[in-house]
Design a protein around this ligand. Sequence first.
Ligand code: PKZ
Length: 194
Amino acid sequence: MRGTSAALQPPADATAPVRHPEAPAPGELLGAHYGQCFGCGGEQPHGLHLEARAGEGVSLTAEFTVKIAHQGAPGLAHGGILASALDEALGSLNWLLRTIAVTGRLETDFVRPVPVDAVLHLQAEVTAVAGRKIYATATGRIGGPDGPLAVRADALFIEVKVDHFIDHGRQEEIQAAMDDPDQFRRARAFEVNP
Ligand SMILES: CCCCCCCCCCCCCCCC(=O)SCCNC(=O)CCNC(=O)[C@H](O)C(C)(C)COP(=O)(O)OP(=O)(O)OC[C@H]1O[C@@H](n2cnc3c(N)ncnc32)[C@H](O)[C@@H]1OP(=O)(O)O
């Protein structure tokens, strides 16, 4: 059963997404957008350590290995963890648009249980853009990139300015991020890029 809500249907005036000319080439790793990110951060010991690779157009592939710490039922991944992996893969697409955006809505279908030690093979793509709204879809398969479908999601991301994080984030972490010249320059550069 699948039923994406009306809020995730692009409006009639939506346009096709445009890959930024300086986006990483297909096959290149995107890298973490923030070292402490639960989804992709290499410095985050409790995180998913999801690794995303640019695909063609505005698409990517990513892998996430389910660990013991990710269980809900014995031996199976927690649904919230799987939704996080989908959210992270979908959010990483904005890197290819060179747009800073946050998840406004995420709708997930859990199709098949995902065991501990399984590798979740994610595929995600932006389907449409309308003003600040970015529509995207993702699937997660087990047993290989062409294996059985385990999870899927549709999402709406909303473009924001760097000030979104500065205004709402805890001061300690914001200050550390602003003190990191690479992080701050990159985030500001994304704001002015077409
Ligand atoms: C120094 C610092 C460096 C920083 C370096 C940055 C690094 C880059 C980090 C990225 C990180 C990613 C990580 C993974 C992805 C996450 O998990 S992001 C975290 C989870 N998401 C959030 O925390 C978002 C919380 N929500 C919000 O802040 C606000 O609701 C939003 C989403 C910004 C929208 O608020 P707003 O800007 O006031 O926008 P608003 O005018 O209400 O809505 C704009 C449009 O979107 C629609 N819309 C808004 N929300 C929704 C919704 N939930 N459902 C349907 N439609 C909606 C509205 O209807 C409106 O549509 P139109 O009228 O234009 O047709």
